[in-house]
Design a protein around this ligand. Structure first.
Ligand SMILES: [Zn+2]
Ligand SMILES: [Zn+2]
Length: 367
């Protein structure tokens, strides 16, 4: 079993109002790197680095804007990811945007950005550093932040599979629920968001960033109801999964298809992290999953991935792979802390030895 101390810190420590040590360390190291070639860049918020120890620079920076799988409208799925420290973020899902930016700003997560005289920190990041949105599906807990903040956002692409764009077009940006801030659909088009249709398995180059995005369909109480994104920058990649049920319950085989894509990237060491949901505790009945995973089902899926990665040694195929747990559904029951329950279940079932990361809103980490 392997769990980073970062994950424990992120679970038990509330976001600090003061200076974030890891961000300052990153900023100081970046400055040192620019001046003299420092190579001890922190690879995660709570990873300790001994004096003189050399670690490679992280491939990706992640700033969670929202991490919960429901109930709390100020903390719903959204993750800013940028290659290294370049602060050009793609927002993977957008359940909560401004609420998460405010928490991250209070944690000094954006301390290395140039100070703007005309905008708040969160306004600066929203309008000038989020360069696009990759939406896994159009459920409210994944798009509400984008919809609400569309009024003050700048023009940018929305990357999504056709079924997601169809729902946004017909049911959200239709001048009935909300003005049409997009470039397609009913009525006058405000052209703020440009729909970019993602076809399964076809990489979309992201301008001159050296990065690309590829979408894969997922089954979420039905096939083709959600999607995953493979975000590749140079030789590094992260895999972000939106909501998904287990193949055995969904009967669609879409996770197995995704694992076939991920396996060679793991084998070659290029996949730096997998974002995947664990919505309910493992005692949840299969017929009440509503297209979601439990710790038990998640680990069964990782067993499938391990066998595809190294058929000779599946038990060690995923050792050390960073698995970021998303979309844990909070409970209103006083007696039930689903976060702690799901965390302890995952740790107990982690025979693969993956590194479990439990993100916290506004707390940056590195992959
Ligand atoms: Zn959903
Ligand atoms: Zn959801």
């Amino acid at each position: 079993m392997q769990t980073t101390s970062a994950s424990i810190t992120m679970i038990y420590v509330k976001p600090r109002a003061g200076i974030s040590v890891n961000v300052l360390a990153g900023a100081a190291c970046l400055l040192t790197f620019l001046l003299s070639g420092c190579s001890t860049v922190p690879s995660s918020p709570a990873t300790s680095i001994d004096a003189g120890q050399k670690v490679s620079a992280p491939a990706f920076e992640v700033i969670p804007l929202g991490t919960a799988g429901g109930l709390n409208e100020s903390n719903l799925s959204s993750y800013l990811i940028s290659p290294g420290y370049n602060h050009r973020y793609i927002a993977f899902d957008a359940g909560s945007v401004m609420a998460g930016l405010k928490v991250a700003a209070a944690n000094d997560a954006f301390a290395t950005l140039p100070v703007q005289t005309d905008l708040t920190v969160e306004g600066n990041v929203l309008t000038r550093h989020i360069t696009g949105y990759a939406l896994s599906h159009a459920h409210l807990d994944h798009v509400a932040g984008l919809v609400i903040n569309a009024t003050d956002d700048t023009p940018k692409p929305v990357y999504a599979m056709p079924f997601t764009i169809k729902t946004l077009k017909e049911n959200v940006f239709n001048w009935a629920l909300w003005p049409n801030f997009t470039n397609e659909g009913s009525g006058y088009k405000l052209n703020r968001y440009r729909y970019t249709y993602m076809q399964a398995g076809e990489a979309q180059t992201l301008g001159d960033t050296g990065c690309s995005l590829t979408a894969y369909p997922l089954s979420h109480a039905g096939a083709d109801k959600s999607s995953a994104f493979l975000y590749q920058c140079d030789d590094n990649a992260v895999l972000y999964l939106g909501d998904t049920g287990p193949d055995a319950v969904e009967g669609a085989g879409q996770l197995a298809g995704l694992w076939k894509t991920a396996a060679p990237l793991i084998k070659s060491g290029r996949l730096k992290g997998v974002f995947i949901e664990a919505s309910y505790p493992s005692d949840r009945a299969d017929n009440a999953l509503f297209g979601h995973l439990t710790p038990a089902w998640l680990m069964r899926e990782l067993d499938t991935l391990a066998a595809l990665t190294d058929i000779e040694n599946p038990a060690s195929a995923l050792r050390g792979l960073k698995v970021i747990i998303t979309h844990i559904k909070p409970s209103l029951n006083k007696q039930e802390n689903t976060l702690l329950k799901i965390k302890s279940e995952l740790e107990a079932l982690n025979t693969q030895g993956v590194t479990l990361i439990f993100p916290q809103q506004g707390e940056p980490f590195y992959l």
